[in-house]
Design a binder for this molecule. Structure first.
Ligand SMILES: Cc1ncc(COP(=O)(O)O)c(C=O)c1O
Length: 431
């Protein structure tokens, strides 16, 4: 779970990062780090580079100094032929589920900045924390190993499971394969002590052993991690420029710890995405501006909590904007974090069968369910609009739901192969 009620945004902002130097070429957003051996080939992937922010974000403070290339960007955007859309509504999908790093989804964008900072600070290991099926923890475990760092994960589980082997379902399999160290805590311990005290405890222990740990907060959602989705806005803007005037009226995304919506909304409000009209389906009026509004569907806590949390992240960047002006947050928690109703899972199945796109049940599945429900109940609010939905990944979470999903999917039978069918030569016999 990536909820973090007990954490204040100020606590996240206490993580410091080095200010950017400005003497780099401004031709591209990144330039190769000076000091690299000119004899060595300079492959872009897994390289640390000096970071140059987009001009419209250059006044934010502090600016990251470096970025690690961990993902495969730009991620594609394509039309998503969802069934039963309101009249003339078009939905496009930004495939951040295809961002790479072993299905790491939206977490790659944050980790590109966080891991660069860890390396800049001379860390030899990373500590982070989350729920037992945390996508963020798994993404961090993979990123750490890519960079030859050890990874320590504190995972929250139920009281009855906390003393048992956590198993190999979904994200756990990848975490354990890449050799992450796992410390289990109960939900009760997590709630009473809080994630900051828990990571501090582990940090002290590692420091006393002579290690140099770098702590990444829940979901990678601090002000530095926010840059991941500021960069994503630059990427979307570049993609739109190549599409001869295509614009979006709305951007829709899931929210679990707040960093993604903070980056998207401040990026969308500062940049000119070239969109036509901004409309908030939750306000009784049309707001005319050229900025698409970000609609967030939160899957834990509640909208008020996330408005405040995002505000802390934005204040940490001295953005001078009010979160309530730049993002609409709606509740899509349903039964609770990482819990699904049969209707939600049936929706995930139906979307997969109608469009080939598999949504995760915990984040994008709930956000898309909330969006489609609103479109069905209030079609007039969405008619004629172009909507960009960001698929933030999390597919390994589906493996934690196989028992619930099993009865929903059918379509198999024993093939009837009569022994009289003559053999024809093909590719091997496969045994
Ligand atoms: C797959 C997936 N989608 C969306 C989110 C939400 O992003 P954020 O934590 O930045 O709010 C998360 C993490 O919480 C996630 O793992």
């Amino acid at each position: 779970m990536l909820c973090c009620k007990h954490l204040s945004p100020t606590q996240f902002r206490q993580i410091t990062y080095s200010p950017a130097t400005t003497n780099y070429s401004t031709k591209s957003n990144i330039s190769m780090d000076s000091g690299s051996n000119s004899q060595e080939p300079t492959f872009e992937f897994l390289a640390k580079k000096a970071y140059i922010p987009p001009s419209w974000a250059a006044h934010l403070n502090p600016l990251p100094s470096h970025i690690f290339s961990l993902g495969h960007f730009p991620t594609p955007i394509h039309k998503w032929n969802l069934p039963n859309l309101p009249k003339n509504t078009e939905v496009y999908l930004k495939r951040d589920d295809l961002s790479g790093m072993q299905l790491s989804g939206n977490k790659v964008r944050k980790l590109e900045f966080l891991m660069a900072d860890a390396v800049e600070q001379g860390a030899d290991c990373i500590i982070t924390i989350g729920g037992i099926q945390s996508n963020h923890c798994r993404a961090t475990a993979v990123a750490a190993k890519y960079l030859n760092l050890d990874c320590y994960l504190i995972l929250r589980t139920s009281k009855v499971l906390v003393d048992k082997d956590p198993g190999l379902t979904g994200n756990l399999l990848v975490e354990r394969l890449v050799g992450a160290h796992i410390d289990l805590v109960s939900k009760e311990e997590y709630a009473s002590v809080g994630s900051v005290a828990l990571t501090d405890l582990l940090k002290e222990k590692l420091l006393s052993e002579g290690r140099k740990p770098y702590v990444i907060p829940v979901g990678g959602s601090n002000s530095l991690g926010t840059w991941g989705y500021i960069e994503a806005i630059r990427e979307i803007k570049d993609q739109l420029q190549k599409q001869n005037g295509v614009t979006f009226d709305d951007i829709v995304v899931a929210c679990g710890s707040g960093g993604t919506i903070a980056g998207l909304s401040v990026g969308a409000s500062l940049s000119d995405l070239g969109a036509k009209v901004q409309y908030s389906s939750f306000l009784p009026r049309i707001i005319t501006t050229n900025t698409p509004k970000v609609h967030a569907y939160c899957v834990c806590d509640d909208p008020e909590y996330f408005y405040d949390y995002a505000q802390g992240l934005l204040d940490g960047l001295q953005a001078g904007v009010n979160s309530r002006d730049i993002v609409d947050i709606r509740n899509a928690k349903g039964l609770g974090y990482a819990m699904n109703t049969p209707e939600e899972l049936t929706f995930v199945k139906e979307i997969a069968q109608a469009t080939g796109v598999v949504l995760d049940p915990v984040y994008s599945g709930k956000a898309a369910y909330g969006l489609m429900k609103d479109m069905a109940e209030n079609p007039g609010n969405w008619e004629g609009r172009k909507v960009l939905f960001i698929h933030t990944g999390g597919l390994l979470g589906l493996f934690d739901k196989t028992e619930q999903i099993g009865p929903l999917v059918g379509n198999w039978r024993r093939m009837d192969v009569h022994e009289s069918v003559p053999r024809k030569e093909g590719t091997g016999k496969m045994f």
